[in-house]
Design a protein around this ligand. Structure first.
Ligand SMILES: [Zn+2]
Length: 251
């Protein structure tokens, strides 16, 4: 019997926004090794030391199958219907720092593929996968519908950008009655970012204003960059090719 971590295919995703590596290379695509298919979703495993027992421990087939079904269901509900949906599961180990978050959801530049990246952290066990999958699927939908750019998964604009985007995402999930982070949690997240980047100012009032402006409303990549410039949060040049190599912050 073929092992579950045998690569059956390598799928390439191109991105509109490349990642600038620490070595100064511009990386405009990812090659994803596909090992399995469940419910029309391709499964890719990123394991440091793959073995049949490690695979069964970290990614039991039954659990992966239901995860794929949930991902498929959620993307269908959100009317995100790519030719290819890939679920990439990263084993969470102390020395695997490439993705220090619970997830990312890049889409291809051509909008023919969605890649849902989940790293298996204890955090997820506590909240279950639904919360993280709905959250990542909303990021994918905003990129899919071209309100946001198709960026390489390592591109990072800044915590402020994600914090503002989350006001839009979680407010819409709340309105749909889906699992989401609360308005208060996200308000605190924005307030913390403002406190870290703008020492002076009434951070609570500013965060509340941003929450009133963005909570539950569709927004765009360029609108958030605009806000970032207005509030001097945007340390990056507009057009944001590059991003830091410091791993990914909070999703
Ligand atoms: Zn997020």
């Amino acid at each position: 019997m073929a092992s579950r971590f045998q690569v059956k295919e390598e799928f390439k995703l191109n991105y509109e926004v490349p990642y600038l590596s620490g070595k100064g290379e511009l990386i405009g695509c990812t090659i994803v090794p596909v090992m399995e298919e469940h419910h029309g979703v391709s499964i890719s495993y990123a394991m440091t030391s793959p073995s049949p027992s490690a695979m069964e421990n970290s990614f039991p087939a039954e659990g992966v199958s239901s995860l794929a079904a949930t991902a498929r269901f959620i993307l269908d509900e959100l009317e995100v219907k790519p030719h290819r949906t890939i679920l990439q599961l990263w084993e969470h180990t102390p020395h695997n720092r490439l993705f220090s978050v619970e997830g990312r959801a890049p889409v291809s530049a051509e909008r023919d593929a969605v890649l849902l990246i989940l790293t298996k952290t204890p955090f997820i066990y506590r909240y279950d996968y639904d919360l993280v999958l709905w959250h990542q699927a909303m990021h994918a939908r905003d990129r899919w519908e071209r309100r946001f750019l198709s960026s390489h998964p390592l591109v990072e604009i800044g915590e402020w950008f994600d914090a503002l985007w989350h006001l839009s995402i979680d407010g819409r999930l709340e309105a749909m009655g889906k699992p989401h982070y609360s308005r208060l949690e996200r308000l605190e997240e924005v307030r913390a970012v403002l406190r870290d980047t703008r020492p002076a100012g009434d951070h609570l009032a500013e965060a509340t204003q941003l929450c009133d402006d963005l909570w539950g409303k569709e927004t765009t990549h360029s609108r958030l960059i605009e806000i970032g410039l207005e509030l001097s949060l945007a340390g990056v040049a507009v057009g944001e090719a590059g991003g830091s190599s410091q791993g990914l912050k909070k999703t």
